[in-house]
Structures are given as C-alpha cells and as structure tokens.
Design a binder for this molecule. Sequence first.
Ligand code: FMN
Length: 158
Amino acid sequence: MRKVLIIYHSQSGNTEEMAKAISEGVKSGGATAVLKRAVDAGVEDLLGCDIIAIGTPNYFGYMAGMVKDFFDRVWADIRDKVGNKPYVTFGSKGGGGAQALDSVERICDGLGMVKVFNGVLATRKPSNEDLARCRELGVKLASLDKISRLEGIEEPRL
Ligand SMILES: Cc1cc2nc3c(=O)[nH]c(=O)nc-3n(C[C@H](O)[C@H](O)[C@H](O)COP(=O)(O)O)c2cc1C
C-alpha cells in the first residue's frame, strides 16, 4: 500500500491540525499515513515512504528549527537516494508570507525531489476551509499514481 509520511513541527498546534487533516485525507484515499513530529523522524522514515508531506510554521521568515534539524540530521544519508521522491509542503504563518514553505522547498528541490502540488498555507489557526484543503491534498497524495506529477501543480498558493 502507498505510504505517505507526514512530518511536521508545531508549537501552538496550528501546523499540527493541518498535518492531522492531511493524514485523514490520505487514509480516506486508501493509502497509509505515517504522522511524525520532525524531531522524531529520521533517515529510515524518509527512505521508507513513497511520498512525503513536510509541515512547518513560519518562524522568523524560515522553517522551524526542528524541521531544519531534521534535514541537517538526514541529509548526508539521503542525498543520493531521494531523487524523484514526490513531496508537498504545508504550514501556518502569522502576519508574514510563504518563506517557511519556500525554505523547505529549496532543500527538497536541491535534493532532486519532485514537488507534486503547491503547498497549503494557513494564517495562524487553520480555518475549516484550510483543513478541507489539507484533507483534499491528502486524498490526492493517496492516489498520486493515477495522475501525472507535473499536471498536479495547481494555482499559486498566495
Ligand atoms: C518564534 C516564533 C517566530 C515567528 N516568526 C514569524 C514570522 O517571521 N512570520 C510569520 O508570519 N509568523 C511568525 N510567527 C507566527 C507563527 O508562524 C504562527 O503563530 C503559526 O500559526 C504557528 O504555528 P504552530 O502553531 O504550528 O507553531 C512566529 C511564531 C513564533 C513562535
């Protein structure tokens, strides 16, 4: 069964709500969802999944330190092994923009991973609409093998 790894960091719970909604969508789409905080995730998690969703709040215009820590820990062991692995980003921000998701995408793109859908970005506590978009994203990830990756790119998120 297709396995979707959802890793995230969240201090006040906003990004976590989004991660859980993506997980629900993945499961309802018929795939396996593995939900992990970034601090608990490692090389085997990344290499053992088919698709990865990476969630981070915007902290100081960048990804959360714990998400950066994840990349710092796994990078040397995964850098030649994740080319073409599909990924998406999601997360919550305050008054700023999409810099945190962009910072994750720069690393994933640099690793040769393939962004299959634009990220879902909420402002502070995700609205019901944001959570619905997360669930929809999860469903789409569960059935990714049925569509072309590049055709999956949607409209800009901002
Ligand atoms: C240490 C810290 C730094 C932050 N820096 C920014 C920022 O630069 N830009 C922004 O839009 N929001 C910033 N925020 C607001 C968070 O992105 C926002 O509250 C978000 O919803 C937190 O998500 P979480 O509940 O998943 O931790 C910051 C919050 C914290 C705690």
